[in-house]
Design a binder for this molecule. Structure first.
Ligand code: FAD
Length: 305
């Protein structure tokens, strides 16, 4: 039995593990893939105090740091249920049928970007296809980019990128943008942004090493067009890995675990941190801060019970 059982071993879970273990409580990390999304990241330039690093390198450092403490890392394991036991503990059931019990649980299962699922997207991921303007925007300084998606995140990304790149084309599938009016007004005031509505992206093109264009179909005319550009930011949704928690802890309409300022969820003794939660701005350094906070909150819970 654990004092603190962390489900999800990305940056949020790793930070939670270090903070919990440093309190001398019995700590475990259960994760499908230690390192999380960071494993899929090439260059990281906004992890403060480290000017530049690569995802797998940062994950190796995370693992080394966690392993200096007495933390039970259960890698390549997936949780599929969380429940309160009759004696008031928390039980996490694994996909393989095993059951772990703990006094507190920290949920840090992260999220994944929704993909367009068109030819070329996977091939050119990190070679022109990007999902995070805060992370990769500066790499496209002076270049031409597309933003896919006209919701709040797409329009925010287009406004953000317009200040860095030479030109932004925003593609929206629908006949109108869904973003808040104030964002749309701001977008329309920018000289280097073009909006294309009724556009279904059908292909990402490249020269074998990097993106050189995007093909879309105009849904009103059924004509196909190609736009030459160097980068494509896909902003059609971030999906939290929380399906297995439905009905157990309160989730937002987007499926994010609802947390308060201490990382507490709606279920006593259960905390959450990082991209799977309602905490805004999904970034490595933020996930680590939130993970640390959740571990301190879990420790506070332990000393009161
Ligand atoms: P994650 O990193 O998503 O980790 C969650 C972990 O939980 C995963 O290992 C997952 O497999 C596991 N898990 C999920 N469900 C279960 C389950 N049921 N049972 C057990 N384990 C489970 N951020 C930056 O700050 N700078 C960047 O430059 C940057 N670039 C990025 C580039 C790419 C391509 C991507 C995809 C993201 C990038 N990000 C960047 C965002 C950053 O990676 C995330 O904000 C951060 O990893 C979130 O950390 P997390 O611990 O909350 O979740």
């Amino acid at each position: 039995e654990f004092d603190v059982l962390i489900v999800g071993g990305g940056p949020a879970g790793a930070a939670a593990a270090v903070y919990a273990a440093r309190k001398g409580v019995k700590t475990g990390v259960l994760t499908e893939r230690f390192g999380g999304q960071v494993l899929d990241t090439l260059s990281i330039e906004n992890f403060i105090s480290v000017k530049e690093t690569e995802g797998p390198k940062l994950v190796a450092h995370l693992e080394e740091h966690v392993k200096t403490y007495d933390v039970d890392i259960m890698n390549l394991q997936k949780a599929n249920a969380l429940a309160r036991t009759d004696d008031g503990k928390l039980a996490v059931t694994l996909e393989n049928g095993a059951k772990l019990t703990s006094k507190t649980v920290i949920l840090s299962t992260g999220a994944r970007w929704r993909e367009m699922n068109v030819p070329g997207e996977a091939e050119y991921r990190n070679k022109g296809v990007a999902y995070c303007p805060h992370c990769d925007g500066p790499l496209y300084k002076g270049k031409r980019v597309a933003v896919i998606g006209g919701g709040n995140s797409g329009v925010e990304a287009a406004i953000d990128l317009a200040g860095i790149v030479s030109h932004v084309t925003l593609f929206e599938f629908d006949s109108k943008l869904r973003a808040d009016a104030v964002l749309q007004n701001k977008l329309n005031s920018l000289p280097n942004v073009k909006v294309i509505l009724n556009a279904l992206t059908t292909e990402v093109t490249g020269d074998g090493t990097k993106v050189n264009g995007l093909v879309y179909r105009d849904r009103t005319t059924d004509e196909t067009h190609t736009v030459e550009l160097e980068g494509i930011f896909v902003q059609i949704g971030l999906l939290p890995n929380t399906d297995w928690l439905k009905g157990t802890v309160a989730l937002s309409p987007r499926g994010e675990v609802e947390v308060d300022a201490h990382g507490k969820t709606s279920l006593d003794g259960v905390f959450a941190a990082g991209d799977c939660t309602t905490a805004p701005y999904k970034q490595i350094i933020i996930a680590m801060g939130e993970g640390s906070k959740a571990a301190l909150a879990a420790f506070d819970h332990l000393i009161r019970h």
